[in-house]
Write a protein that binds this ligand. Structure first.
Ligand SMILES: Nc1nc2c(ncn2[C@@H]2O[C@H](COP(=O)(O)OP(=O)(O)OP(=O)(O)O)[C@@H](O)[C@H]2O)c(=O)[nH]1
Ligand SMILES: [Mg+2]
Length: 284
């Protein structure tokens, strides 16, 4: 049996989390069109006849970390490169390479681990624009190979899986065969609520929020009761999240509940509170 850790690295928005979900075959990580969606090095587990690949999702690489959140996220990226077996560097050929990527490419070049350049979003017409440019990175930065995929429609993912299992070392399973992620139910729920917040909130507001699930309770009626707190850094953001007459928070609750009810096939009761905490970044 093969087993090991496969880290996904790349700038924000290239589709690392979408790719992780597609490889695992279920939604483990949240995904949005906004940068810095991923905040924790979350693991998604793919168990097959060949063995077990544990994918490590990482926050997107950002330029010059000025704020505390970005600094912390970049530390997570750096730490994620330790103790792994395979590196997948994910790029988005619809956009030109970012200067923030150059440093990371140098770091990867120094690594002796098997490394693959994953060119994502090939379903998108605009991907033709920079395809040649990204293909050239293979030789320039010592990648073993490049594989062009679409995390969205699944094209070429079988080839990608074959490459990964081929490179993984022999080993025992790292997780029980049925487990798909390393995060708790509470954390999964917090992430889902944060996804809905990201999709709805504009400008800087998504980066001021942090979600904690306080309670999950099975009611006798079969309803799942969930209570969660949304933390934000300023009173004015709290007002924006709640919205006029509570409309904003209601929409976020509804969107979360809809998805949860579809996935769990159960009735969900969701209570959302909003609180101001200037220092939640210190707690993540
Ligand atoms: N067309 C197309 N869009 C994709 C593909 N993969 C991801 N996307 C979109 O790209 C956006 C970003 O996807 P994410 O998976 O959240 O990107 P990420 O790299 O995890 O981003 P961060 O967590 O912020 O670093 C979302 O709107 C996805 O739907 C793909 O193969 N094709
Ligand atoms: Mg992500």
């Amino acid at each position: 049996m093969k087993s090991g850790f496969v880290v996904m690295i790349g700038r924000s928005n290239v589709g690392k989390s979408t790719l992780l979900n597609a490889l695992v075959g279920t939604k483990v990580a949240i995904t949005t069109p906004k940068p810095q969606t991923t905040r924790q090095p979350l693991q998604g587990v793919l168990t097959s006849d060949e063995g077990q690949a544990v994918f490590v999702d990482t926050p997107g690489i950002m330029q010059k970390a000025k704020d505390e959140l970005t600094k912390k996220l970049m530390r997570y990226v750096h730490d994620s490169l330790q103790d792994i077996d395979v590196i997948l560097y994910v790029v988005d050929p619809t956009r030109a390479i970012g200067s923030e990527e150059k440093q990371t490419l140098k770091l990867i070049e120094l690594s002796t681990k098997p490394k693959l350049l994953v060119i994502n979003k090939i379903d998108n017409k605009k991907s033709k624009r920079y395809l040649e440019f990204y293909r050239d990175l293979v030789d320039q930065h010592g990648f073993d190979e490049a594989i062009e995929v679409s995390a969205l429609n699944g094209s070429n993912l079988d080839r990608l899986k074959r490459w990964i299992f081929n490179e993984l070392p022999e080993g025992e399973f790292l997780y029980p065969a049925h487990q798909v992620s390393n995060i708790s139910k509470e954390e999964q729920l917090s992430e889902l609520i944060r996804e809905k917040l990201f999709l709805r909130l504009r400008d800087e507001v998504p980066y001021t929020v942090h979600v904690v699930v306080d309670e999950i309770e099975e009611r006798k009626s079969g309803t799942l009761y969930i209570s969660a707190t949304i933390f934000t850094t300023e009173e004015r953001y709290k007002r924006m999240i709640i919205g006029k007459g509570g409309r904003g928070i209601k929409e976020i609750g509804q969107a979360t509940r809809n998805e949860l009810e579809t996935v769990t096939q159960r009735k969900i009761y969701l209570e959302l509170n909003v609180e101001v905490d200037k220092h939640w970044v210190d707690r993540i």
